[in-house]
Every structure is written in structure tokens, then in C-alpha cells.
Write a new protein. Sequence first.
Length: 359
Amino acid sequence: MLKRYMHNRERHFAMLNDNRIVRPFEWGDEFVTERRTGETAAEALSRYSKDVLADTDSYFSLETEPEFSLEDRLYPAIASINPPGNELPIEQTEIPVLTWQSGVITPSLENNTAVATYFPYQSKRAAVIVLPHWNAKAGTYFDLCRFFNKIGFSALRLTLPYHEERMPPELERADHLVSPNIGRSLQSIRQAVLDTRAAVSWLKRQGYERVGIVGTSIGSCVAFLAFVHDARINAAVFNHVSGYMADVVWHGLSTYHVRSGLEQGITLDDLREFWLPVSPMAYLKKLAAQPSRPQRYIYTIYDLSFPINLSRDVMNALRSYKIKHSKAAIPCGHYTLGEKPWVYLDGYKIIRFLHKHLK
């Protein structure tokens, strides 16, 4: 009975203000590589995937440290306890905003400036980077950042590529982050990881002794990739768990429109291969070889966007690789995690874990 109720709520929230567009399938290899003589687009992407996995440290490294700018901006405060698509403006507030040129330059000019809202605390003991979910609105996760302030941490909430002020005018949703364009999606996730690593660098420049990270949904994937490739991140919470980006898009409720485009030109097996460089499952062996760092994986039992079997596959793989970790399973779904009481339970599990390991 609970499963049926949660699934109905998931479908209800997923379809609120549903402005999803089915976009055409595109290989998009030009976003990530140049074709060699005689290569097809599929062959170029397959080669690219193999080349990346042979040296992921280079793939996710910043070529140069960016120049940062910090200024106050007026932001709407949003109650993020409301489900996505149902955020309610409360008031405007002035918040420091950090900007810099992204480590990946894309055809969308607006997207090339990375943006993060900063919630400073007087102590430089610890700071937490907060990575939102796909299509998060301006102001979401601000209350989580303020809770980190209450426990003595600073927080830096990153705006993901193609979101908010980084969204080009032709889009209503952040479609370029995860789309039926194979190469552009690869470029976008890599950009998000490099932006995250730049944020770590800025926090370290400010003198923070310890840095934590928490990512939700697609932000969880980005946080994991950054965590594996940046030893300066001392502790992490991954809020929603899946091993393969391709499988989430193919089977998830939230991405039915992306799958509809992808099915025009590709199979799931091929998509999994091409998107392996941005899939957490490809990096568990690398993580297992590193010194242990505190990491918590939170997943929801009635999730239709990150189906439960995908989360359990990751949990099994973590045990198989003997990676020390903490886990928490919450009896709700992807969207219902934003409802009371689940949002409070989720917040408690995030904050308590990072407070324990960063204080």
C-alpha cells in the first residue's frame, strides 16, 4: 500500500508543470573530440570513452586556476522543503555570489561563467559544497546551506551548467545537461565536475581546513566524480545513488523525454559505453585504491527516477570492492524526498554525517 501511494505521489510531482520537450537524437561527438579519417560518430565516441577511462585524472583536471570574483546579489529565498516544481518564493535577501570562467568553454556564452552562492561562517574550520538536482531553481538548497552555518560550517551552493543564469535564452529547462545529444551531455557533466573542483580550490584559497560535499540526484553523480578525483574533499554525502548515467536516463521517470530522443538512434548498451566516463560505477576500483574517506550514500526505496535496483547495484559494488561507507535507505521516492517528514530526515542524515566528519 505504501509503495503504491509513493509511486502515485512520484508520478504526480514529476508531471507538475511538465514542460519537457522530446529533442532529436544527436551523436554530438564534435563537443568532445575530432573524428579521425574514416571514423563514424559512434566510433569516435567509443574511442573517446576508452581514451578518457585510460587517464581520468587528466580528464577531470583543471588546466589553470581561474580568477574568481565575489560580489553581493539580491536573491529570492526559496523553501526547498517543497517538492521540485512547487517552490514558493518567500522574500529577497542579499547573498555573496562567487563567479569565475568555467574550465570548459561551450557554445552557450551564458553557460561559460560558473556561479556559486556563498554562505560564510566566521570560522574557517570547514566548508561544504552543495550540488543541486537537475532543473533546480534559484534559491533551492539555501536553507540547507543556512543549516550548515548553524553547525559552524560555511557553505557554497554551486549552480550547475545550463541552470538559472547559466541557461541560454532558447531553453526553458536545463536540457543540455542531460540530453539525447551524447557528446554534449558528456561535456556538460565534465564541466560540472571541473566547476566543482574550482570551487574546492577557492575554498582552500580562503583558508578552509576541511571541505565536504553533498550532491542530490544529478548533483550526486557530479559530487562522486569530483570526490574520486580530488583528495582535498574530506567527506561526502551522495543523495540518491546510481552507478550508470545511461541506466538512470533510460529507466527513470524524470527522463522519459530524453529516452524518447535517444531511442531514435542508440541502444542502452551503446549509451552505457559512451557515457561510462561520467558514470560512478566506472570509478569504484579507483576509489577502492585510495585512502579511506568518510562517504555516505542515501537512496530512497520507492524511487522511480533513480530506480531502487540501480541503487542496490551500487551498494553491492561498494561491498564487493570493500569500500568503507555509510548508507541510509529512506522509505519514500525521488520527489517525495522533498516532502515532510522525509525532507527533515534526509537533512538530518546529511548534516549529522558531515558534522561528525568535518568538525
